[in-house]
Design a protein around this ligand. Structure first.
Ligand code: NAG
Ligand code: NAG
Ligand code: NAG
Ligand code: NAG
Ligand code: NAG
Ligand code: NAG
Length: 749
């Protein structure tokens, strides 16, 4: 398989779409649901696998689970929401605290945890747009053929052109899922769809848009001659256009752990290969993180899990989805911008972005006005009514972001209705670093906070400030890309005890993909540009599907290793990947780097991890036997196995802590997936403050699948002046053909 890297990264984001008018039958959202109000809460109950019960049938399992409920209440039947088969050994039920306490004393009880809320990882901006786009080089291919991607999200609108079954092969015979719409709308692309809400079957229709957006990023079908509002023209597709999509709607108004577990349970039994989950929550220990537990079950069954790092960056330790068995994806910017250049009267130039690019807007110098200049808060943000009595007619109006005005469309309407000719949307503070190519209802540009200060300074200095606006359309090759989006969740993880997170970054800023048609747009083709790690995770799910198609025998950990050890660390201009302001950054922001799909297809060596390693790692976290048993879905006695630390997990990165005047050794096992008779030698960029020795320094393989063990010795001298600091380096195994890179982070304790 050959993947053209540049076209992957340039093109996948142009899922330009048509939509057929919505069939109202699809919108009957609730199929059946029971009441979940009252004084009971939903709990997820983990129980021991009863040694005497043969768990061959779902019914036997359910009977066993019910045996925990029967003593509690005569209406035990009504309490159970879900009886899980694969995702955990246990069930979800509506219980009072007293009932949970009673249950804790029962034989076979392992662990109980209240249902948790999880959130979608997008910066939600309901901006509809039409985008000018005529550079499209994507050719139809067989990438991802035969692979099924399960998307846990807000559902799907099945009548979108991204999800047609045209030119799609039949799903593989192992597919067992169902299509739970009221009418038969599934096809060879959209092979299944189900909704899970509080123990009930529910409609998988996407009334939010997030779910179809992420699904089309991962595996949207090829859409030829796509055009939107007469502007966008080009071919569109997701990352793995030949992969099948199985939709599991788990987020209605909220997303709950019990529903997420039910979806993972279903995806495992349906025959899904890759899960894309752009959802996260509070970083809880793994035994209380329903999604992490379900993900481990999925990984054990051979499913790859791509999840989002969260949007709470750039704050340190803001990363979510920290389990080492998941791929945790941060968001990067693309090398594409949809540019608007503003020329100020003093000759200064400022670059901004706008998705709306009028092709007949003349470049003329026009007066600039900032209605909020006098400190009127509502006028600063161009809130409704705030421009009354201000003469903005024929002028370029400056508005700040925020201020309770919901989106750029609303601000634009205020400016337009007041007679303004164009709008400059100024980022309001250092916290809002992201400049987005948004939809606008008039000629407009969003600019950064720093550039906003430049304009304000110019306006102060010149009594008749003017500016001209130049719409430059889509500009490729922005040299400072990829860089890390400011919102992208940063490590280190506070709960995984030192496994480097995020693992990787992928495109997550200004991603254009499928979007439902709003009721008042009729049959208008719609798509939308969203930003968030929500958009980055499905890119990696798509890449994993491509790798799964070309290497069906690779385990999830092998696929993950291949993605991480081949990642790009440099921007297009040859400098290290930076943050969004161009400042240098670190592994806690970039993970292993920016995904390079074609290199990931041929990594040379991989670091594999099996379920036993993860269980030993869970023991090493200091969890109790019951807590480990809940996560592992089997009875575990940590004393009877070798617990390992996070440092010793066979991860493709190294995170070690060293004390002054000490030495630490960690061991890794690499597997040859390149050629027979391969020879690798080691190269190390030692982190400042430690000496790094590798033994052996040269490793040889005579055949594929052979494994070799090596040791890495970290030796620290007197590092007492470094305590609390972190330094970074890299270890590389290099053959004539491959470079297998591992990031090293050393923290001094
Ligand atoms: C299953 O067997 C293990 C070890 O033999 C024992 O400790 C455990 O209590 C048994 N579990 C049940 C539910 O009978
Ligand atoms: C779109 O795809 C078609 C069919 O593969 C191809 O002929 C055409 O050149 C593509 N258009 C662009 C703009 O890439
Ligand atoms: C795409 O547009 C071209 C030129 O307008 C036309 O020749 C071609 O048939 C169209 N293809 C499809 C699939 O509509
Ligand atoms: C903007 O958001 C607020 C609060 O969510 C809501 O009450 C209001 O209706 C929204 N305005 C518009 C024009 O949608
Ligand atoms: C970028 O680096 C400069 C110089 O170190 C620093 O002053 C500035 O605050 C940094 N910017 C951000 C956004 O961190
Ligand atoms: C390597 O191992 C995998 C899985 O065990 C197997 O499917 C594959 O055929 C092996 N490859 C070679 C070249 O032996």
């Amino acid at each position: 398989m050959v993947i053209n890297h540049s076209s992957l990264l340039l093109l996948f984001f142009f899922s330009t779409l048509f939509i057929i008018p919505i069939n109202s039958q699809l919108l009957s959202s609730i199929i059946h649901c029971s009441d979940t109000s009252g004084d009971r809460n939903t709990y997820i109950i983990h129980v021991e696998t009863a040694n005497a019960t043969k768990f061959l049938a779902r019914e036997a399992r359910e009977r066993y689970y019910r045996s925990f409920l029967q003593p509690l209440s005569s209406s035990g039947e009504q309490l159970m929401l879900y009886s899980y088969m694969h995702a955990i050994n246990g069930f979800a039920a509506r219980l009072t605290e007293a009932e949970v306490k009673t249950m804790m004393k029962m034989k076979g009880f392992v662990h109980a945890q209240k249902d948790q809320e999880y959130n979608l990882h997008t910066t939600h901006s309901p901006d509809f747009l039409g985008l000018q786009q005529d550079h499209c080089f994507w050719k139809e291919s067989n990438y991802g053929k035969g692979v099924i991607i399960g998307v846990l999200d807000t559902g799907v609108m099945p009548n979108h052109q991204s999800f047609t079954g045209e030119d799609m092969p039949l799903p593989p015979a192992k597919w067992k899922g169902i299509c739970d719409f009221d009418i038969p709308v599934c096809n060879n692309k959209l092979v299944g769809a189900r909704g899970f809400l509080r123990g009930c079957r529910n409609s998988p229709v996407d009334d939010n848009g997030h779910g179809m957006h992420t699904a089309s990023i991962a595996a949207g079908n090829f859409v030829a001659n796509a055009s939107v509002l007469g502007q966008a023209k080009g071919n569109a597709s997701g990352i793995a256009p030949k992969a099948h999509l199985a939709i599991y709607k788990v987020c209605y108004k909220h997303c709950h752990g019990s529903d997420i577990l039910a979806a993972i349970d279903q995806a495992i039994s349906d025959g899904v290969d890759v899960l894309s989950i752009s959802i996260g929550g509070r970083p809880d220990p793994f035994y209380d993180d329903h999604m992490a537990i379900g993900a481990l079950a999925a990984v054990e069954k051979g499913l790859f899990v791509s999840s989002s790092a969260g949007n709470m960056g750039p704050k340190e330790s803001s990363v979510e989805n920290n389990a080492p068995w998941m791929l945790t994806v941060g968001a990067s910017t693309m090398d594409r911008s949809i540019r608007v250049t503003i020329k100020l009267g003093n000759g200064e130039e400022i670059n901004g972005e706008s998705a709306y690019q009028p092709d007949n807007f003349p470049f003329t110098m026009l007066p600039l006005i900032f209605p909020g200049e006098k400190g009127v808060v509502r006028a600063k943000t161009c809130s409704d009514g705030s421009l009354d009595g201000i003469n903005v007619r024929g002028k370029i109006v400056l508005c700040e972001t925020g201020g309770g005005v919901n989106n750029s469309i609303e601000k634009g309407m205020v400016v337009k209705n007041a007679g303004g000719i164009a709008m400059i949307l100024m980022n309001q503070g250092k916290q809002m670093l992201t400049v987005k190519a948004r939809a606008h209802v008039l000629p407009a540009a969003q600019i950064s906070y720093g550039d906003a200060l430049r304009i304000k300074k110019y306006m102060k200095a010149s009594p008749v400030a003017t500016a001209g606006i130049l719409f430059k359309g889509t500009v490729y090759g922005t040299p400072v890309s990829p860089s890390i989006a400011s919102f992208s969740g940063r490590g280190p993880s506070v709960i995984n005890n030192g496994v480097m997170k995020p693992d990787i970054v992928g495109p997550g800023l200004n991603i254009l993909a499928a979007w439902p048609s709003p009721a008042d747009c009729g049959a208008m083709p719609t798509f939308n540009m969203l930003s968030g790690t929500s958009m980055a995770a499905p890119h990696l799910a798509g890449v994993a599907a491509l790798l799964k198609a070309s290497h069906p025998d690779w385990s999830p950990a092998m696929i993950k290793s291949a993605i991480m050890t081949t990642a790009d660390e440099l921007r297009r201009d040859g400098k290290p990947i930076s943050d969004e302001t161009g400042n240098s950054t670190n592994y806690f922001a970039t993970g292993a780097g920016h995904v390079n799909p074609s290199k990931a297809n041929d990594p040379g060596l991989v670091y594999d991890i099996d379920i036993d390693d993860y269980i030993s790692y869970l023991c090493g976290l200091g969890y109790s036997d019951r807590q480990v048993s809940a996560v592992a879905r089997r009875y575990i006695e940590c004393l009877s196995r070798k617990a390992i630390t996070a440092e010793e997990l066979n991860y493709p990165t190294f995170t070690v802590s060293v004390a002054s005047e000490s030495q630490k050794t960690v061991t890794r096992t690499v597997k040859n997936v390149g050629e027979n008779n391969a020879v690798y030698t080691v190269q190390v960029d030692a982190p400042e403050g430690v000496k790094v020795d590798v033994y052996p320094e040269k490793i040889e393989f005579s055949e594929i699948n052979q494994t070799v063990v090596y040791d890495v010795y970290f030796t620290a001298g007197d590092t007492s002046d470094r305590i609390g600091s972190v330094s970074e380096g890299q270890l590389r195994w290099v053959s004539g053909k491959h470079v297998v890179k591992s990031a090293i982070t050393v923290s001094f304790v």
